[in-house]
Design a protein around this ligand. Structure first.
Ligand SMILES: [Zn+2]
Ligand SMILES: [Zn+2]
Ligand SMILES: [Zn+2]
Length: 518
């Protein structure tokens, strides 16, 4: 035996067992395959949806993610209608397929109450554990749990509340909506105001008592009588009975075997890939045929100089097309409201996934503190038309609650609801926000790649500087050596030398050879 004999853990080691997992690429599946892989879900691809589109002779479809994420055989706990009965055609000829999460507004009141009674800084003033107690209080006082209902039932709740002048913090539960919403297949509900009034009158004493309990408990909490200690508390997803359970094992085994590959990211984006393939938001076209789109004349096109990034526009050839929307230069020009031609080519940052095992090994060795579950390459710039470049900006403006917005080119493309020559894009914001949200891992991965690159570059420039100044070499080496030793905890002197050499040459192949000994 030379000590390097490989063993194949999968086939020859009976201490381990294995299973091959197959995951679909929703973006690449045809409708039948979507049916096969996602039988308990729904989408624009389902037979049920396509049949409805035909039966209603609909011009388009507006299907939201709640609809897609619920079984095709579902019926509303309010009106009792099934999905095929809920389909409804809008005045514009669009088939509507929307379900909503309906919640008791007393829950929101529970969020406002401590602020009203104790001031905006209440969380800071109270003792540790106060937010946990607040959540408990809120779940105690609400009349019903969040429920999935059809959009007509959700709307009926709001209309009935107004009609009977109920307290704004009051909401009708699904079963109560049933008593006053006159439901018909394919139509909006009509509301029996008397029946709604009877429910409100009947529930009012209980509702008022709940508000009083809320106030009383918030008061007790503020006085420190309801404190909850949290020492030793287990994370909700790490309770004892869950540990080493099926989900944890599967997830860990998957991450172990997919580490450093695109597959890690694919599992993470499965949900948004599914939604991109399933929901649809056909916009009601503002009759564009009437207001004829102004196209640039040959003269206007050839003399056009964009206000911004004019040079890139001039340098870009006629055969260029935007990798996102597919339009060329001429098609991406458009007339602004001030009757000026606008449109340019802009560069957007894209992060590709890093697959080089050597570099991954080196990065994880140097920066073990990052999650390191996704590795990105250095940022690259991609030229897109200005309408596409604006997608992320517009998401950021419409959703200020989002920490950062990032979409890959493919995701940007699937968020385009409508693309036309010489007109702005119609963007499906809900979908774009959903996709951007599922890219949260890019944030840490982006920080990790910056940390690695700035370390490498600073080593390089200091080594370059010293190489021309003989008297500095010794000190520089000592400094870099110290930095790797102390800041990055590389304890082996030879390894530190190797890392410096790898930084200098940009060749990381030693990293993995080394890793066999780590
Ligand atoms: Zn309903
Ligand atoms: Zn509601
Ligand atoms: Zn474009």
């Amino acid at each position: 035996m030379d000590g390097t004999t490989d063993f194949d853990p999968i086939f020859e080691d009976d201490r381990l067992w294995s299973e091959t997992l197959v995951f679909p690429h929703p973006a690449k599946l045809d409708d039948e395959a979507m049916d096969y892989y996602f039988p308990e879900y729904d989408g624009r691809w389902s037979r049920q949806t396509k049949r409805a589109m035909e039966n209603f002779a609909a011009k388009g479809l507006e299907m939201n993610s709640n609809w897609a994420l619920e079984n095709q055989f579902w019926s509303c706990p309010g009106c009792g209608r099934s999905k095929p009965e809920i389909f409804r055609k809008s005045a514009n000829g669009i088939l509507l397929a929307k379900l909503e999460l309906h919640h008791d507004h007393l829950w929101d009141e529970g969020l406002r109450r401590p602020e009203k009674l104790l001031g905006p800084e209440w969380k800071g003033k109270l003792m540790e554990g106060a937010t946990v107690v607040m959540d408990t209080i809120r779940s105690l006082v609400v009349r019903f749990d969040e429920a999935l209902v059809c959009s007509e039932c959700n709307a009926a709740d709001g209309k009935a509340k107004k009609a009977v002048d109920a307290d704004p913090s009051f909401s009708f539960a699904a079963a109560e909506i049933r008593t006053f919403a006159k439901a018909m297949p394919h139509h909006d509900h009509e509301i029996d105001v008397d029946a709604a009034k009877a429910v409100w009158d009947g529930e009012r004493p209980g509702f008022e008592r709940r508000v009083a309990i809320l106030d009383m408990l918030v008061d007790d909490l503020a006085a420190g009588r309801l404190q909850r200690r949290l020492e030793g508390r287990l994370r909700v997803d790490r309770r004892m009975f869950q540990r080493i359970g099926a989900e944890e094992n599967l997830h860990k085994a998957f991450l172990r075997s997919a580490k450093g590959t695109v597959n890690t990211g694919l599992l993470q984006t499965m949900r948004s890939d599914f939604l991109a393939r399933s929901v649809q938001k056909d916009v009601v076209r503002r009759e564009r045929t009437k207001t004829v789109v102004r196209r640039p004349t040959d003269e206007e096109y050839s003399s056009y100089v964009p206000e911004n990034v004019a040079r890139k526009w001039a340098e870009t050839g006629e055969d260029w097309t935007c990798p996102c929307c597919g339009r060329g230069k001429r098609a991406s020009m458009r007339l602004s409201s001030k009757k000026k031609w606008t449109g340019t080519i802009r560069a957007i940052a894209q992060h590709d996934i890093l697959l080089d095992e050597d570099e991954i090994t080196l990065r994880e060795r140097l920066f073990p503190g990052f999650p390191n579950d996704l590795h990105l390459q250095e940022m690259r710039w991609v030229d897109v038309c200005s309408d596409c470049a604006d997608i992320e900006t517009r998401i950021g403006q419409s959703r200020r609650d989002l920490a950062d917005v990032y979409l890959s080119i493919d995701q940007m493309r699937s968020s385009l609801a409508d693309v036309g020559d010489n007109v702005p894009h119609e963007i499906d914001f809900d979908l774009a926000v959903e996709m951007s949200g599922s890219n949260w891992r890019y944030r840490h991965a982006g920080e990790a790649v910056s940390a690695f690159i700035s370390l490498r570059n600073s080593f390089r420039s200091r080594m370059d500087f010293a190489s021309e100044r003989k008297h500095l070499r010794q000190d520089t080496f000592a400094q870099l050596d110290f930095e790797l030793d102390v800041r990055h905890r590389i304890e082996n002197a030879q390894e530190r030398k190797d890392i410096m050499a790898m930084f200098r040459d940009g060749d990381y192949s030693r990293a993995r050879k080394r890793s066999q000994w780590w």
